[in-house]
Design a protein around this ligand. Structure first.
Ligand SMILES: O=C(O)CCC(=O)C(=O)O
Ligand SMILES: [Fe+2]
Length: 280
């Protein structure tokens, strides 16, 4: 994006601080004003929305490192939503940073975000504030369609569409809600191939006492996991500072390569977006 567009976007924060952007109505109002006030932005957003629908991911370069700019831009894709976006239940923008609670180093294997939601977020925005100086910690993407194509056995593909795969639900203290929620992993429909998967919650779901998958579904799950391994690092995005990646969270899996000791200080800002009018 041009410097002038980025500067105009960054200026939005004075009129529309993130606290004023907590619901869909104010987000869309701010987006309309931004589109009117910044003509280049209007066209850029239309192109980006089209590109994400066609290609599942888009990168904005030269994006301002500003939370309001991020929320207003993400609102072009739908409703920016704080659920499952970090520990603070109200925060639209989550800072993905190194911490004791989330120590970097190991690769973050392929997953989709918000897998416990009845309808997971449609899009995810990752704005790189500071990459790892060592060039590690790169974002990796693979499409559900490519994973499905890797699975040769049609019966596995059929079984993966059954809504029986257990995802462990973390227990909040004192709550006695269900300990797993079940969903399909790969589904093929008129909307394309969709995926919901978490390499932590699915194994934990399988371990929950009393929950068992039959052999057919276990072997389909193993075929899916092998297909993911075969797709290892299939598209690598070394995000640079000021790059905003918007990706389709239902048709792509994402992950991150490992981060060495020099990677402390790597910083992304993350938003999660529901499609407008979609069922939740
Ligand atoms: O790049 C990272 O650190 C992890 C990104 C990710 O999976 C996420 O924020 O959902
Ligand atoms: Fe993620």
């Amino acid at each position: 994006m041009k410097d002038s567009t980025a500067a105009a976007l960054a200026d939005l924060g004075s009129t529309w601080p993130v606290e004023k952007l907590q619901n869909e109505r104010t987000q869309q109002a701010a987006l309309r004003r931004a589109r009117e006030a910044i003509p280049e932005l209007h066209q850029l957003l239309d192109e980006a929305v089209t590109a994400v629908h066609a290609s599942l991911a888009v990168v904005f370069e030269g994006f301002p490192l500003d939370a309001s700019a991020l929320v207003v831009t993400a609102a072009a894709f739908g409703e920016v939503d704080p659920s499952y976006n970090g520990p603070n239940p109200d925060s639209l923008v989550h800072d993905v940073v190194d911490s004791e609670a989330r120590p970097y180093r190991d690769p973050d294997p392929f997953h989709t975000d918000s897998p416990l939601l009845p309808r997971p977020h449609a899009y995810l925005g990752l704005l790189c504030v500071r990459p790892s100086p060592a060039g590690d910690g790169q974002t990796v993407l693979v499409s559900a369609a490519d994973v499905a194509a890797e699975i040769a056995d049609r019966s596995h593909l059929r079984a993966l569409q059954d809504p029986c795969y257990p995802f462990a639900v973390p227990r909040e203290s004192g709550s006695d809600g269900p300990s797993v929620t079940t969903h399909p992993i790969l589904t093929v429909s008129g909307e394309g191939t969709a995926v919901r998967y978490c390499p932590v919650r699915v194994p934990a779901g399988l371990e929950q006492a009393g929950h068992s998958l039959d052999d057919e579904h276990v072997s389909a799950l193993r075929a899916f996991e092998r297909a993911l391994e075969a797709q290892h690092l299939s598209a690598v995005f070394p995000l640079r500072a000021g790059e905003l990646l918007v990706l389709d969270n239902r048709r792509l899996l994402h992950g991150r390569t490992d981060v060495g000791p020099e990677g402390v200080g790597r910083h992304l800002m993350r938003v999660k977006v529901h499609d407008l009018g979609g069922q939740r």
